[in-house]
Design a protein around this ligand. Structure first.
Ligand code: NOJ
Ligand code: CA
Length: 700
């Protein structure tokens, strides 16, 4: 890893209330801090002379002692700058530049004799800041009642939002003005089984906004560790956002012991939507990894015994009994239900297919006992993570997978019984390593045990970290479902390959699903924090294929499912459909066979949240480029310049919507064309309603 470091420190202590400023390295952004009349800390953010964030207050309310919200004196302001270049273990680009100007403001409350530091980092693409609490006599332990970070916006911006739910992010996005936000009436609220929405005005981050003047603003957090996730409470009259943290069972927010710090609050700003997507600010605000050896962390393109359960042709459960007490059931005596997906034979079929088509791995869900009544039982002991069903031969499959050079991906559905999972974690990870598994998809469906805790609370945040740290000891990679959304922590914990933490493709199998615009909003929201296991690649679009009465469908064309492999970044990426469906469309499947999941360069060519995204990426292991273009429900035509390409001439294979394709009326019609193109050419793309196109470029 190459590292360039440049550090200049200017220190001055001031006891009066002068305002202090820093600007971004390119001087476009200016941050000003000052104290209010009642000695609260205030900041504002200006871009090119125009206010982006108006005067906003910072502070923290405590439940066990006087608050840290006012009565401050500025004790010192330290400014510095920083420049480094680092290489992510897996990623969208080879190298990331981390360049910011920093201002560290030390505040003291003279009466309480307490100290709080607020550190601001101003990058060319935005602002990050956090609260820090050094060791001190009058602040050893404290309980956070609420963090009062304000973000005062300049107007009634257009906003892409989902309700601020303590337990789920699996919603589709509503696009509205800030003043029109009504979380309790957000889309799909009734569909979510475990929901805890505190009120009408709460939204989740990453929150994407666009001003009337065409400025894009994205708000999220970075490095969420030992602290609850943050939501935003919207004041619809003043257009001010206020932090709201996920509570615990006592309605407290966080328990802190000095020295300690909060996560970074992030505000990414640009007048180009494309620059929001290429921002690396959130990753840059996370600490470099402390893992000494990262050689075992490998990207994975995988298939799985999975979609069959979601469309109803297979089951997770082996039998149809409905009351399982772990350890008290004689599994061998039960009658199989005939639909069990995770059989030795079926798994071998998937391993064969993976080997034949160049996949790294096969995920198998439903391999272990307990699925008979896992859902909604809210019981302590659901799964033990080590006992296979009688028809799943772990040792035989380990041997078979190895002989075909294919990995098996473990599945640990915890059913949100997290105490049970933690208790069994060492045993579960040992079992994995004993049988050749290097990665696990974890799941947290249901209401959390310990009861009263939420998926996004401090207790669960610490659980996710404990799992990552233990997994590193066993050299295991994690793909977490129903976990907290990512905050760039995959820089620090590169074994966190991806999370779900948003509404994935699976919703299209068994609900009204995800509208065609969904995948054009996700990059600006959920993906700002890191990779998502979205599970693209569904070829059989309409679900009446499985159940004649079904009205459900994937809300894209088949070509758009291919394009998602490029527009979505994840180092663990599934080809989610049944292998029988891939066998029906072998020519379209060649794109999935070829597309990489690890990249050395990425260019965001065109993007607009809610409308379209066009991204080009370079394969890490060759000079091939890939382009993915997707649109919402509208047909769109684009002229795409190819002058970013390094070579002059390429052989282009383009997988595109047929002229009469349409996500609703004719979703599975596509065409494949092969021709030579030149980097000086302008590529004409015609995307169908809900459509997309996927392109492979090989230098000639
Ligand atoms: C929800 C996950 O998102 C899905 O992928 C999984 O199949 C089920 N839980 C069962 O664990
Ligand atoms: Ca899920």
């Amino acid at each position: 890893m190459r590292l360039k470091l440049l550090l200049i420190i200017v220190t001055f202590a001031i006891h009066t209330n002068y305002s202090q400023q820093i600007s971004s390295p390119d001087s476009k952004l200016t941050l000003t801090i000052k104290l209010s009349e009642s000695n609260e800390l205030i900041y504002n953010l200006v871009r090119d002379g125009k206010t982006v964030i108006k005067d906003s207050k910072l502070g923290i309310d405590l439940s066990d002692q006087p608050d840290l919200m006012g009565g401050f004196k500025i004790d010192a302001v330290v400014t510095s700058n920083f420049l480094e270049e680092w290489e992510p273990v897996l990623g969208e680009v080879d190298k990331i530049v981390n360049n910011y100007n920093q201002m560290q403001v030390t505040l003291i409350q003279p009466k309480e004799k307490r100290k709080m530091i607020v550190t601001f980092r101003l990058f060319n693409d935005g602002l990050g800041f956090r609260y820090e609490f050094p060791v001190q006599d009058n602040l050893k332990y404290f309980t956070v009642l609420e963090e009062n970070t304000q973000i005062a916006l300049t107007g009634d911006h257009k906003t892409f939002w989902i309700p601020g739910d303590y337990d789920s992010q699996e919603y589709t996005y509503t696009t509205s003005l800030l003043s029109e936000i009504n979380s309790a009436r957000g889309k799909n609220v009734d569909e979510i089984s475990v929901k805890s929405i505190p009120g009408d005005n709460f939204v989740q981050t990453p929150l994407m906004m666009k001003t009337n003047e065409g400025l894009y603003i994205n708000i999220h957090e970075a490095a969420l560790l030992d602290y609850p996730a943050m939501y935003l409470k919207v004041d619809k009259n003043n257009f001010t956002l206020q932090s709201h943290l996920c509570p615990d069972a006592y309605n407290n927010k966080a328990y802190m012991q000095t020295p300690c710090k909060t996560p970074w609050r992030t505000i990414i700003v640009s007048d180009k939507a494309e620059e929001i997507l290429s921002s690396k600010m959130i990753l840059n605000l996370n600490e470099p990894t402390k893992f000494e050896d990262v050689s075992w962390i490998k990207p994975k393109k995988y298939i799985g015994i999975w979609w069959g359960m979601h469309v109803g042709t297979m089951s997770w459960n082996y039998s149809d009994i409905n009351n399982v007490k772990l350890g008290e059931v004689d599994w061998n005596s039960l009658t199989p239900n005939g639909k069990h997906g995770a059989t030795t034979e079926n798994t071998k079929r998937y391993i064969d297919f993976a080997a034949k088509h160049g996949f790294d791995a096969v995920l198998v869900e439903g391999w272990n006992v307990g699925w008979e009544d896992w859902f909604g039982a809210w019981k302590e002991e659901v799964f033990d993570f080590v006992t296979p069903y009688p028809d799943f031969d772990v040792a035989e499959l380990e041997k078979y997978a190895k002989s075909k050079n294919v990995e098996l991906i473990m599945h640990h559905e915890t059913s949100a019984s997290v105490t049970n999972y933690e208790r069994r974690l060492d045993e579960a990870f040992t079992f994995m390593k004993d049988h050749g598994y290097n990665a696990v998809k974890t799941g947290y469906v249901g209401k959390i045990i310990p009861r009263g805790e939420h998926h996004d609370g401090q207790w669960m945040i610490n659980h996710f970290t404990r799992v990552l740290e233990k997994a590193e000891k066993y050299q295991i990679c994690i793909d977490s479902h129903e976990s907290v959304r990512l905050t760039g922590l995959h820089r620090t914990y590169p074994n966190w390959l991806a999370a779900e933490a948003a509404r994935g493709n699976e919703f299209n199998a068994w609900s009204i699903g995800n509208p065609p615009e969904h995948e054009t909003i996700l990059p600006f929201t959920r993906f700002m924090g890191g990779p998502m296991d979205y599970t693209p690649g569904i070829f059989q679009i309409k679900m009446d294929y499985y159940k004649p009465e079904s009205k459900y469908q994937v809300h894209t064309t088949l070509a758009k499912q291919l394009a998602l492999y490029v527009t979505i970044y994840s180092p663990i990426q599934m080809a989610a459909d049944l292998i029988e469906n891939y066998e029906r469309f072998p020519d379209a499947f060649t794109f999935i066979e070829q597309v990489p999941v690890n990249w050395s360069d990425t260019k965001i060519l065109k993007a607009e949240p809610g409308d379209y995204v066009i991204i080009a990426r370079k394969d890490k292991d060759s000079d091939d480029w890939y382009i993915g273009a997707i649109t919402d429900e509208e047909a769109r035509d684009f002229d795409v310049k190819l002058d970013f390409l390094p070579a002059d001439k390429y052989e282009m294979t383009i997988y595109k919507d047929a002229p009469d394709a349409d996500w609703e009326k004719n979703p599975m019609k596509y065409e494949i064309e092969k021709r030579t193109i030149n980097k000086k050419d302008v590529l004409k793309l015609n995307l169908a309603p809900g459509g997309g196109c996927a392109i492979i470029l090989k230098p000639l």
